[in-house]
Structure formats: C-alpha cells, structure tokens
Ligand binder design. Structure first.
Ligand SMILES: [Mg+2]
Length: 109
C-alpha cells in the first residue's frame, strides 16, 4: 500500500466528509474525544489479545499488524475530527509534543 505521498490536508479533506454534519460543535468535540479513547482502546484490545489470549485471534503477525493499522487509522480519524473542531492540525500537535518532550527531558516538566 504505497501510493503517492498523502498530506494531512488531503487526508482530512477526504475522510472528514464522512462525519455527522448534523452535530453542533460541542457534540462534534464530544464525539471526537470519546472516539479517540474508544479506538485507542481497540488498539489496546488487539495487543491484549495478541499477547495474553491462549489462542490469539490473528492467523499471523501480518494479520496482527493489519489490525493495529486498522485501529490506529480509526483513532486517526477521530484525531482529525478533533483537530478540525479546535482549529488545529497534525503539524501543530507534533510540534507542541516535540517541544514538551524536549523540555521534559532537558530537566523541565
Ligand atoms: Mg475501530
């Protein structure tokens, strides 16, 4: 699955057309926040099943990886929705996080 590079803006323009446009801003924020937690939980569930089930539901490591990519994508969708709701984007979040980590690991918090 390697096509031409995909920008954050292209991704959002494509996938956010599927959001529920009957929701007002507050409900979209609630939907995004709960959706991020829900889908991140599905990532955790996949990991739990892979490492703790006596009989994991994945036929191969490829299937397990595909499940992770699928659930991370679902999480990304809600992340994109939240970004749109609060007027942010992937680059702002990445830069904010990088600066926070840099401060934390250079003695600050
Ligand atoms: Mg999912």
């Amino acid at each position: 699955m390697s096509e031409k590079r995909l920008s954050w803006e292209e991704y959002c323009a494509d996938v956010l057309q599927w959001q529920n446009d009957e929701l007002d801003l507050n409900d979209r924020i609630i939907n995004a926040g709960l959706g991020i937690a829900d889908e991140a939980g599905e990532v955790a569930g996949a990991v739990k099943k892979r490492f703790f089930y006596k009989v994991p539901p994945y036929r191969s490591e490829f299937d397990f990886r595909e499940k992770l990519v699928d659930e991370m994508g679902d999480t990304l969708w809600y992340f994109a929705l939240m970004c749109e709701c609060i007027g942010s984007n992937l680059e702002e979040v990445m830069r904010y996080n990088m600066e926070k980590l840099r401060r934390r690991h250079s003695g600050g918090t």
